[in-house]
Design a protein around this ligand. Structure first.
Ligand code: GLU
Length: 373
């Protein structure tokens, strides 16, 4: 299965971690960038499309700005990213020139993908670039991103890009060999997990104890990204990017890294966008009956099952549904504002009609706009 999915993957999103392309005291790792570029060019030449998501802007900006350490304040991070990003892209461009490939830089903020129209625009741009055989190199637009509009880490950005371009495979290159049963630095007996078929609690726990240097996310965000893309039918490969030639051989079926199998019944693009791209604006706490109706019987959410409404949101906003123990289990686009829901929660349709007249929608969240998490 692993070999087959890797062999069939035609459109790849390759995430490259900061530590692979830059170091805090030495600036850009030009030779290492050239090594990765040579592997990617080889893959590109064998009839596969490549979209790069590269970190490293902030780290690459540390040395030229004369900073002593990784910047902590937002303005300094933004300044370092502005200086580092242009150097980073120049290094990629120079290396890809040698292999005869054309690259394009795209910097995204979360808002570019949270708005469905802008999401589709970005998708068109990327699809056109791929049609013209260009290798897009994407990063978060760190210099203008403040917390509310951040992706936060590039593992999550790469996962969203995989959805954006409808990729077959997400490759995450970092300075570790893959997911281990424990932290290999502390437990030499730890072994590499070559295949993950299901995202169990044990796997997520294993990620918590594994390490990755420099990158903002570490192993936890990598597993989250893999879990998310699996929901829409994309497999993930975690691989050590320091080893030249490894990725092309692994794609041809050799062992290496950790491979995550995709979900068997993937979500469609719109549901995927609701589940993965949109950020929840509030929560609806549901009684047991409503939880079961949503989880087991594929029903829409009605006002009668709502116990509590948390947060402020408007009609059309994304909200999460939680059970009595505060566990999030569904997310969807709500038909009514928080204010209206506070009035109609817990009541049946006839009651609501009597007091408020006929409402436009019977459902609070229609099944078509809802995803189970
Ligand atoms: N966008 C950040 C950068 O280029 C990296 C974020 C991350 O490490 O995940 O420096």
């Amino acid at each position: 299965m692993r070999a087959q999915l890797l062999a069939q993957a035609k459109r790849l999103v390759v995430k490259i971690g900061s530590s692979l392309v830059a170091s805090r005291d030495g600036g850009l790792r030009v030779a290492q960038i050239a090594s990765i570029v040579s592997d990617l060019a080889q893959i590109h030449a064998t009839n596969r499309q490549v979209v790069i998501v590269s970190s490293g802007a902030i780290v690459a900006g540390i040395q030229p700005l004369g900073l002593k350490a990784y910047p902590q304040s937002i303005p300094l991070k933004q300044a370092a990213a502005a200086v580092g990003q242009s150097r980073l892209i120049r290094a990629y461009e120079k290396s890809f020139e040698k292999t005869g490939d054309t690259v394009a830089q795209i910097l995204l903020t979360h808002q570019d993908l949270a708005d469905r129209k802008r999401f589709l625009n970005a998708r068109h741009t990327l699809t056109s670039l791929l049609k013209y055989d260009v290798i897009p190199i994407i990063n978060e637009n760190d210099s203008v991103s403040v917390d509310e509009i951040r992706f936060g880490d590039n593992d999550s950005l790469a996962g969203q890009v995989a959805h954006l371009v409808d990729a077959d495979l997400l490759v995450i290159l970092s300075d570790v060999d893959g997911l281990f049963t424990a932290d290999p630095r502390q437990q030499p007996s730890a072994t590499l997990i070559p295949l993950v078929e299901k995202f169990t609690k044990a796997i997520e726990h294993t990620a918590g104890v594994s390490r990755s240097q420099e990158s903002r996310g570490g192993m936890v965000t990598k597993i989250h990204a893999a879990k998310h893309v699996a929901r829409f039918g994309v497999s993930t490969l975690l691989l050590n990017g320091e080893i030249q030639g490894l990725l092309p051989t692994v794609l041809q079926g050799k062992s290496g890294g950790t491979f995550f199998l995709p979900h068997i019944s993937p979500l469609n693009s719109r549901k995927q966008w609701i589940a993965f791209t949109l950020r929840s604006k509030g929560q609806l706490q549901l009684d047991q009956g409503a939880v079961e109706a949503l989880q087991q019987r594929g029903k829409s959410l009605l006002p009668s099952g709502i116990l509590d409404v948390k947060g402020q949101f408007n009609a059309g906003d994304p909200v999460t549904c939680i059970d009595k123990k505060d566990r999030e289990f569904a997310k969807g686009l709500v038909n009514y504002s928080a204010q209206i829901l506070r009035d109609i929660k817990g009541r049946n349709t006839r009651d609501i009609q009597k007091q408020f007249g006929k409402r436009e929608y019977e459902e609070v969240i229609h099944r078509d706009n809802m995803v189970l998490l």
